[in-house]
Design a protein around this ligand. Structure first.
Ligand code: 5GP
Length: 164
């Protein structure tokens, strides 16, 4: 459908504080926030500040190639984080949206052996998600426009191409 869920930067600020409150109220104190790049980086940064956690890690996952079009399976891109860094840690995985949930499942399974505990926080979770996140700000089944990716990459104002 052409219906979209539009999130503004202002609403995102509210969402990340509310998510952090839910996590704190639940008594979960992560040692490390693991963000899924690129969208999860915004969420992880906000949550880490709000939860007073100074340890952020990042994993790059490639899955979506366009609106609703994906690769067959999500893949972790290099550099893959070192599982040693998560040993016996309470990990909070942060992402923008759990849609099919395949991306979160990949990252969660990657963590599961070594960590003390792993939980997931997302701004949005869709009904079909095969991972049910512990912390969800809002549920929708529409395509979401996030403020950081709703606009195309910038072009030089003098008209010259970026890679020239
Ligand atoms: P999943 O593996 O759960 O299907 O998708 C996870 C990733 O796909 C998200 O982190 C996000 O980058 C992208 N994605 C999935 N659904 C949407 C959506 O509705 N809008 C946008 N902008 N990205 C999405």
């Amino acid at each position: 459908s052409a219906v979209r869920e539009n999130l503004s930067y202002e609403q995102f600020g509210v969402a990340v504080r509310e998510l952090a409150h839910a996590i704190a109220d639940d008594g979960y104190r992560p040692d490390v926030v693991l963000s899924i790049a690129r969208g999860g980086v915004f969420v992880a940064g906000g949550l880490a500040y709000a939860l007073d956690c100074k340890n952020i890690h990042l994993v790059n996952v490639e899955f979506y190639t366009g609106v609703g079009t994906t690769l067959e399976m999500p893949v972790m891109l290099a550099p893959v984080p070192n599982a040693i860094d998560f040993t016996d840690k309470k990990v909070l995985i942060a992402d923008d949206v759990a849609d099919t949930g395949k991306t979160l499942k990949l990252v969660r399974d990657f963590c599961l052996d070594a960590v003390a505990e792993v939980r997931s926080a997302v701004v949005y979770e869709k009904t079909q998600s095969l991972v049910k996140c512990e912390y969800v700000w809002k549920r929708t089944d529409e395509w979401i426009n996030f403020p950081w990716s709703v606009q195309p990459p910038v072009v030089r104002r003098d008209g010259q191409v970026l890679d020239a």
